[in-house]
Design a protein around this ligand. Structure first.
Ligand code: ATP
Length: 236
């Protein structure tokens, strides 16, 4: 069942035409990946979905909600969470304080604590560092904390922008495993990645963006075997 649907989206930053006739769909329960090089429009797509920038035209729906009209905070409260590139951890707050911040729109404190415990169970590394300041975590741990903080918000749809950025291959693998587990526990995921190899390993389907356009789409297996994808995004 379709959960997120973009149709013919056009987006501009003044004269920069960042998204061109962009259409894509994410079904409930899927991990869908958006691949593409620097400047292809991946971040713009996520920002448009979460209401941080507005499309000039086109349709964007999340269930029955019109994403072109709602404000970011309305979407967060309804379960659409966006983890931006760079993670945005509060460096002078502890891991636990950062985690609880994810529940700022959740009224039920018991539910917040329960979700924080679930995040710790999923990422024991965070539990070990509960009282450590966020800024002293490694890049991988900060990415885990950003994921945990989103989980405390109770995501139905999670937008992830380059979770692998700056991480060593082994840590990328761990982060991708955590994302897979989050998905198995019921969260639908739209994953932006420059690391196409890592993304295609865990995604059900993927779209390739080039200069703001979708140039290829298909199942992760199809794309991973496509000579054009191999040449441009997977290397030899
Ligand atoms: P990256 O991986 O480098 O973040 P991306 O695929 O996410 O790349 P976007 O960040 O969406 O690409 O950028 C798409 C295009 O829009 C680029 O040409 C970029 O320079 C431009 N752009 C993005 N944000 C702005 C902005 N705030 N003002 C002007 N131009 C912008």
């Amino acid at each position: 069942m379709s959960m997120l649907k973009l149709e013919h989206v056009e987006l501009f930053y003044n004269r920069v035409h960042a998204l061109r006739d962009l259409s894509l769909e994410v079904n409930e329960g899927e991990i869908v990946s958006l691949l593409g090089n620097n400047g292809a429009g991946k971040t713009s797509t996520l920002s448009m979905i979460s209401g941080l920038v507005r499309a000039k035209s086109g349709i964007a729906k999340w269930g029955d909600k019109d994403l072109t009209k709602l404000q970011p905070w309305d979407l967060v409260g309804a379960g659409l969470l966006h983890i931006p590139e760079g993670r945005r951890i509060f460096s002078t707050m502890t891991v636990h304080e950062n985690l609880l911040l994810g529940g700022y729109l959740v009224k039920d404190q018991k539910l917040i604590n329960q979700r924080a415990d679930e995040a710790y169970a999923l990422m024991p590394r965070l539990a070990e560092r509960r009282e450590q300041q966020g800024g002293t975590l490694s890049g991988g741990e900060q990415q885990m904390l950003a994921l945990g903080r989103a989980l405390v918000g109770g995501p139905k749809l999670l937008l992830l922008d380059e979770p692998s950025m700056g991480l060593a291959p082994l840590i990328v693998k761990q982060v991708m495993e955590i994302i897979t587990e989050v998905n198995k526990q019921g969260t639908t995921i739209l994953l932006v990645e420059q690391n196409a190899r890592a993304a295609l390993k865990i995604a059900d389907r993927a779209y390739v963006l080039e200069s703001g356009r979708v140039t290829m789409q298909g199942s992760a297996e199809e794309l991973a075997a496509d000579p054009r994808v191999i040449e441009a995004y997977l290397g030899a």
